[in-house]
Design a protein around this ligand. Structure first.
Ligand code: DC
Length: 222
C-alpha cells in the first residue's frame, strides 16, 4: 500500500512551509517543499541567463535539475542555495516558470518520488489536486494578504535579507493572481480539502490542528 500523504496547499507566504515541516517532524514523516523545486528551476534559469519566456529551454532545465535536499540545506549543482532561492527575484521568477505546463510535467515524477514510508507531508499549490490526488488529508491553508506580507517580511529580515513590506504585499498579490489564474494546475481549494484560515493563529496551534485532523482521518482509514 502506498505511504500516506498529507497535502498542504495554499497561497504564497501562508505559512505552509513552516507548518508542513513541523507536521512532518511531529509525525516522523518525510517532507516535500514542492515550491523549492520551482524556485530551483527559476534560479538555474536566471543563473544561466535563460529567458523565462523560452518554455523549451526552461523545461530542459527542469528535466535535468541537479539538486540535493539535506536536512537543513538545498544544493543546486553542488552549491548551497538555501537562502538564495528565497530572494524575491527568485520568488517572482518561480511563479513565472511554474505557469509553464512542460515544467510542471517535468517535476511530477520527482515530487512523487518523495512518497515513502512511513508517510509524507507535501506543501505547494497542487499537492492535493494533481500530484497526490489520493492524499489521506488535504489542507488548504490561507491567511489575510497583509498578515502574509508581515510574516514574509519577518522571515526575510531574520535571514538578514532586506525587504520592504509594501512591496512584499504587492508582490504577494501579484503572485496570488498569477498562481490562481494560470490554466495548468492553478492554485485552488480542492472540493475534498479542509480550509484553514491561519490569520491570527500561532504556528503551534495550526500544527496541532493539522496533526489532530490527520490522526482522526488515519484512525478511520480501512
Ligand atoms: O511555495 P513557494 O512560495 O515556495 O512557491 C514558489 C512558486 O512556485 C509559487 O509562485 C508557486 C509555484 N508553485 C507551484 O506552482 N506549484 C507548487 N506545487 C508549488 C509552488
Amino acid at each position: 500500500m502506498a505511504a500516506p500523504v498529507i497535502a498542504i496547499d495554499g497561497p504564497s507566504a501562508s505559512g505552509k512551509g513552516t507548518v508542513a515541516r513541523e507536521v512532518a517532524n511531529a509525525l516522523g514523516f518525510h517532507f516535500l517543499d514542492s515550491g523549492a523545486l520551482y524556485r530551483l528551476v527559476a534560479l538555474a534559469a536566471l543563473n544561466r541567463g535563460v529567458d523565462l519566456e523560452d518554455a523549451s529551454a526552461v523545461e530542459d532545465i527542469a528535466r535535468d535539475l541537479k539538486v540535493v535536499f539535506s536536512a537543513d540545506a538545498v544544493l543546486l549543482e553542488g552549491g548551497d542555495v538555501t537562502n538564495t532561492i528565497r530572494e524575491e527575484r527568485v520568488s517572482n521568477a518561480a511563479s513565472r516558470v511554474a505557469a509553464l505546463p512542460g515544467v510542471r510535467k517535468a517535476l511530477l515524477g520527482r515530487q512523487r518520488a518523495f512518497r515513502q514510508a512511513p508517510g509524507l507531508v507535501a506543501d505547494g499549490r497542487d499537492m492535493g489536486s494533481v500530484v497526490f490526488p489520493d492524499a489521506t488529508l488535504k489542507i488548504f491553508l490561507t491567511a489575510d494578504p497583509a498578515e502574509r506580507a508581515r510574516r514574509r517580511y519577518k522571515q526575510l529580515i531574520e535571514k538578514g535579507i532586506s525587504a520592504n513590506i509594501d512591496a512584499l504585499l504587492e508582490e504577494i498579490c501579484d503572485r496570488d493572481a498569477r498562481d490562481s489564474q494560470r490554466t495548468d494546475a492553478p492554485l485552488q481549494k480542492c472540493a475534498d480539502a479542509t480550509e484553514l484560515d491561519t490569520t491570527g493563529m500561532s504556528v503551534e496551534a495550526v500544527v496541532a490542528k493539522v496533526v489532530q485532523s490527520y490522526n482522526k482521518r488515519a484512525s478511520k482509514a480501512p
